[in-house]
Every structure is written in C-alpha cells, then in structure tokens.
Design a protein around this ligand. Structure first.
Ligand SMILES: [Zn+2]
Length: 162
C-alpha cells in the first residue's frame, strides 16, 4: 500500500475507497449514483464531504425549480493527493521539530511509577516529590528520545528534498 493510498484510507476509510472505486468518471450526482449502484446515499455523501474537506473533491449546487431542493454535482480530484501529502509531511515535520526543541531545551523529572513527566521547574515547586504518588522525583535522561526525534526529523527532511 503506497503512502497516497494510506492517506486516503485515513480520510475516508476502506468503505470510502470501495465507494469511490464504484463512481463513474466525471461529474456525479449523489442521488443518481445511489440509485445506480445501491450504495447507501448517506455513505456516499459522507465520503464525498470528507474528500471535500481535504480538497480532494468539489461540488456545485443547483436548485431544482420544481421542488426547490438542492442537488449536489460532485467532481473528485484525487490528483490533488500529492500536494495534500506534502502539506501533511510539512505539518508533521514542524511538530517533530517543535517536540525536539522542547526535549532539548528542557530538563525532565519523573518518579519510579512513571506517573508523568515533570519539567524541572514543576518538580522544584513540589520539592521533587511526585504530586501523584508521593515518591521522589529524579532526573530523567531523555537522550534516547532526542536521538529518536532527530532521526525522524532528518529522515523526513531527506524525503522532502527532491
Ligand atoms: Zn508518581
């Protein structure tokens, strides 16, 4: 499964993918597709709106002169998926860099029960006693975490430099 497919699964799920595989090419009307394919109309709409939220589909609305109902005419733009993926990777990279900076620029304390991690400043305020379990707080070496984060950051950076 390639990255683009994984991304699509994340957005619309395997059910959604099964739906878009059955859609005819070109502009579609959800009611018409539902009638032609026997797929539940709400499932079709849900999938289309999720694609829309991720800029992978567009619609224009038309009001039926007789009933006043709105008809949605949909166009799917899966060709946008690569630029959407680039944005996702940028976001992830940004978050990882923030996280890495945080790990590098702070000193952490924790107790034997690993209740939670405390910043040095917070640990000092409680006299290095865990406020959850009342055990002593001690310095936590985060160099392994820093290494892991640095590795992921450089990995992503090299994957985006083409
Ligand atoms: Zn504790």
């Amino acid at each position: 499964m390639d990255v683009a497919h994984q991304y699509l699964v994340k957005i619309i799920g395997a059910d959604g993918i099964a739906i878009i595989e059955q859609l005819p090419p070109g502009e579609i009307v959800d009611e018409v597709v539902a009638a032609d394919t026997n797929i539940d109309i709400n499932a079709i709409r849900k999938t289309l709106f999720k694609l829309y939220e991720n800029r992978l589909a567009n619609y224009r609305r038309e009001r039926e002169p007789d009933t006043g109902w709105l008809t949605y005419h949909w166009t799917i733009h899966l060709e946008n998926i690569n630029s959407r993926l680039d944005i996702e990777v940028e976001k992830l990279l940004h978050n990882l860099r923030d996280r890495l900076d945080f790990e590098i620029n702070n000193v952490f304390y924790t107790c034997n029960n690993n209740c939670t991690r405390f910043l040095f400043e917070t640990a000092a305020e409680t006299d290095f006693i865990c406020p959850v379990c009342a055990n002593e707080l001690f310095y936590q070496d985060n160099s392994e975490m820093v290494d892991k984060l640095s590795y992921r950051v450089s990995e992503l950076e090299s994957s985006t430099q083409e």
